[in-house]
Design a protein around this ligand. Structure first.
Ligand SMILES: [Zn+2]
Length: 115
């Protein structure tokens, strides 16, 4: 099944702020874990952790910004495409015109023939 154009645009709008939020979390992670280890009185290789968190910060921020741009500027979902996919809009096999499918409808509203 082929998804209609613009189906993922809405998902990207939701994922973008989450990824940006995650990048903020990765950025603050070595500082917070440093405070926690200091409070407990143990030591940790903070530089290795800082390198990994910096990579994750850049990756999450980059994806977040990309998804934000694609979510705002990307193709919009055509309402009719969505209705065709979910079966709310059907095509008459006799006259090839589209109409809304309803529970009571078994005849085409254009040509009057049974579907
Ligand atoms: Zn028809």
């Amino acid at each position: 099944m082929k998804l209609p154009k613009g189906t993922l645009t809405g998902s990207m709008k939701i994922l973008a702020p989450l990824l940006i939020w995650m990048s903020a979390g990765w950025f603050s992670y070595p500082y917070l874990i440093g405070y926690i280890y200091d409070a407990v009185g143990e030591s940790i290789d903070i530089e290795e952790l800082r390198t990994f968190s910096l990579i994750m910060t850049v990756v999450c921020l980059g994806l977040g910004i990309l998804f934000l741009i694609l979510g705002v500027k990307g193709p919009k979902l055509d309402e009719d495409d969505f209705k065709r996919m979910t079966g709310q809009l059907v095509m008459c096999e006799h006259c090839r015109l589209e109409m809304k499918k309803e529970v009571s409808t078994i005849t085409c509203e254009h040509c009057g023939k049974f579907i």
